[in-house]
Design a protein around this ligand. Structure first.
Ligand SMILES: C[S@@+](CC[C@H](N)C(=O)[O-])C[C@H]1O[C@@H](n2cnc3c(N)ncnc32)[C@H](O)[C@@H]1O
Length: 413
């Protein structure tokens, strides 16, 4: 159970208000609010309850579900606290090795001491030929737990109120991919390279954007709820990126156009991914386990990497073995396109528009295919062209493509 101090911090964060504005709104002296947020004093339980109620009512009035804000914040948080394994990062980055040479990498949702992204890029700093590595964290990592002995560079316990930043432009030659975590930790402690941020380390803050400006490539796993914001920010600053997300994000209005315009594409790992989750994560019936060390885990069946870094697979041609047959490839009710229910069944000779499963993106070569849009609800966005029904029966969400290289029968579409 969160403390009243944590609850008040959460309520203010969810409200999106600064400490001053929040204090003014609820007629609390700003210094009192700061004392509450920094655990110097405890807010009365009825004040926390009252603020939760007021904010929840305000949200409900805006036609958002009227659940308690704290409950909603908790469930959003549970979905955001998925910690990536070292192997997941290692297996993905292996496909882009040459792209990293001479670059500064920013991991902007990553605790310098705890995140596997930080560890991976420290251990591989020299082998990848990096120019720099910056990691910024959002407050203290929850994976650390409260009994962590970690201290900052001044020997003080890590604070929960601020983010941290680590800036490295050199890593000792003695640190390499076979170094242990303890050796990395010792190296970090021996350097003056980690310091407390002024703010909470929100990647959208001005302070963190200054670090973004210094970077060439952003590599991280952000909270899934902020995925679209992170990708929008990183593309606005014209950075390269390699970022973990949920496949649902593909059809977001901020993401799909990037894929359609070949400004972003799917990485190698697409589907199952296992993540460590915090000790207080709620157990679940499926895709949840606790290992022999007591570490809790969850897996997702629809995780993905999204990137704009060049990779071989994007240039490999998808081998097609089937031919168009009107009997086998029915047309949609509302649009002149054919339904192809499996990527392996894409006909090599069909020149018109085809609706294919989202897994197609994992095989997409822009020299071979054009992406025309998607068929989902038929109304969400300008690229959501129609609802994929055949004889009134709704099909799965589809990506609409055209084979640029199709030869053979001329078919309308
Ligand atoms: C899905 S977890 C992944 C952590 C780490 N990148 C990894 O892969 O192990 C997302 C992390 O982002 C942090 N976070 C939440 N909101 C953030 C924000 N606005 N800016 C930066 N980081 C944030 C969370 O505290 C959490 O540690």
């Amino acid at each position: 159970m969160d403390t009243l101090n944590a609850q008040i911090r959460e309520l203010r964060k969810v409200s999106g208000l600064s400490q001053t504005t929040f204090a003014e709104k609820f007629e609390i002296p700003t210094s009192t609010l700061q004392d509450w947020e920094h655990n110097r004093r405890t807010p009365p339980i009825y004040v926390v309850g009252m603020i939760d109620k007021i904010l929840s009512t305000e949200k409900a009035a805006k036609q958002v579900s009227g659940n308690s804000i704290l409950n909603k914040a908790k469930s959003a948080k549970d979905n955001d606290e998925f910690y990536t394994t070292y192997e997941t990062i290692e297996n993905e980055v292996a496909h882009y090795i040459a792209e990293f040479k001479g670059k500064t990498v920013l991991c902007n949702c990553d605790d310098p001491f705890e995140s596997s992204f930080s560890k991976y890029f420290i251990k591989n700093f020299n082998t990848l030929g990096l120019k720099g590595l910056i990691c910024t964290s959002y407050c203290a990592s929850r994976v650390l737990g409260t009994d962590s002995n970690l201290v900052d560079m001044k020997g003080e316990p890590l604070s929960n109120d601020n983010g941290y930043v680590m800036v490295l432009s050199k890593v000792s030659e003695s640190i390499n991919p076979s170094s242990t975590d303890a050796e990395v930790h010792e190296f970090l402690q021996s350097q003056n390279s980690v310091r407390k941020l002024v703010g909470d380390g929100d990647f959208r803050s001005d302070e963190c954007i200054e670090y973004l400006k210094l970077a060439d490539v952003v590599v991280t796993n952000p909270p899934f709820s902020l995925f679209r914001e992170l990708i929008s920010l990183v593309t606005e600053y014209e950075k390269q990126f390699l970022v973990i997300g949920n496949q649902n994000a593909i059809t977001y209005k901020e993401i799909f156009p990037l894929i359609q315009e070949n400004k972003a594409w799917i990485g190698y790992q697409f589907g199952d991914m296992a993540f460590r989750v915090p000790a207080d994560a709620e157990p679940r019936e499926t895709r949840f386990w606790i290992d022999s060390t007591g570490q809790k885990w969850r897996s997702l069946g629809n995780a993905m990497w999204l990137t704009n870094m060049d990779m071989n697979r994007r240039h490999e041609r998808l081998e097609l073995t089937k031919y168009y047959d009107a009997e086998l490839y029915p047309r949609y009710d509302e649009y002149d396109a054919i339904e192809v229910s499996k990527v392996a069944n894409i006909p090599m000779d069909y020149k018109g528009i085809m609706g294919v499963p989202i897994t197609f993106l994992n095989k997409y070569n822009p020299e071979q295919f054009d992406i025309i849009g998607e068929a989902n609800h038929g109304s969400d966005n300008s690229f959501d062209l129609f609802k994929p029904t055949i004889n009134g029966k709704l099909k799965f969400k589809r990506i609409l493509i055209r084979n640029k290289l199709a030869t053979g029968v001329e078919i309308n579409g």
